[in-house]
Design a protein around this ligand. Structure first.
Ligand code: URA
Length: 207
């Protein structure tokens, strides 16, 4: 299932991330802030367990998130730009990393780095990459997570497009997608239209 998170603050921030005049510093901050707001929606249904705490006045019946610590997994390198914002609202989360490059001959994604916390099968995983373009990298990253026994995976991105969303939903129908916007389509260079350009370059100032 894909959820386009409908929120005025997200819309406002998206206008600035799309703007080519936005500086790398502001772009980085905005990506992080949108990731935080997406996390609010993506974590809405996390299971909780009752916990009694002592307020300064009396006992209170509270709830805390149930189970093992969740895991944020950025797809290198652009996914790194979303991690800080997510950690602001989920500071207990662990972070894994997946590095993929595209083989110049076959165009298939190839894993060059993978480091995960233990017991992925017991944890909620949040796979993150700002752009869901063709969906090939996200799908390959999910394949890797599933090889490490991950069972509960959500995918968070800033922008998506119909091609990427359809591809990912076909390959991994069990993975819910949370996105700030569904754009129009891909161009022939596989960039999202209207999009925001190259997310990694704008986060890391490599343009
Ligand atoms: N990756 C990007 O950074 N931008 C796009 O538009 C598509 C993929």
């Amino acid at each position: 299932m894909i959820t386009v998170v409908d929120h005025s603050l997200i819309k406002h921030k998206l206008a600035y991330v799309r703007d080519k005049k936005t500086t790398n510093k502001d772009f980085r901050e905005l990506i992080s802030e949108i990731a935080l707001l997406l996390t609010y929606e993506a974590t809405r249904k996390l299971s909780t367990v009752k916990k009694t705490v002592e307020t300064p006045i009396m006992e209170a019946e509270c709830e805390v998130v149930k189970g093992r610590k969740p895991v944020i997994v950025p797809i290198l390198r652009a996914g790194l730009g979303m991690v800080d914002g997510i950690l602001k609202v989920m500071p207990m989360a662990k972070t894994g990393h997946i590095g993929l490059y595209r083989d110049p001959v076959t165009y298939q994604p190839v894993e060059y780095f993978c480091k995960m916390p233990d017991s992925l099968e017991e944890r909620q995983i949040f796979l993150v990459d700002p752009m869901l373009a063709t969906g090939v990298s996200a799908s390959a990253a999910i394949d890797i997570l599933k090889k490490h026994n991950a069972q509960k995976i959500k995918f968070l991105c800033i922008l998506s497009c119909p091609e990427g969303a359809a591809y990912l939903e076909e390959k991994h129908p069990d993975v819910d997608i949370f996105t700030a916007a569904m754009d129009i389509k891909l161009n022939n260079k596989k960039y999202i239209l209207p999009g925001l350009g190259d997310a990694g370059d704008r986060i890391f100032g490599t343009i």
